[in-house]
Design a binder for this molecule. Structure first.
Ligand code: ZN
Length: 73
């Protein structure tokens, strides 16, 4: 099981889970399509992989408290 969570001023903390990274990606994508339409597929994959730009955003500012990368659950 893989996990991820999103924190944003526009919504409360949301937890995502998936059987594997592909399944997790689909869950996150359903959310971002509504809540964060500016995020591209490749940006979501970078978030899951813990890209440097996302690590910074996930630990400071509006998205502080978001998961900095996908994790085993
Ligand atoms: Zn969100």
């Amino acid at each position: 099981m893989r996990g991820f969570h999103c924190v944003d001023p526009s919504h409360d903390r949301i937890e995502f889970t998936g059987a594997d990274d592909e399944d997790l990606f689909r869950s996150i994508k359903e959310h971002t399509a509504d809540a964060h339409p500016d995020l591209t597929d490749s940006q979501i994959k970078e978030m899951m992989a813990g890209a440097d730009w996302w690590q910074t955003m996930a630990t400071s500012g509006n998205n502080a408290g978001s998961s900095p990368s996908a994790y085993d659950k």
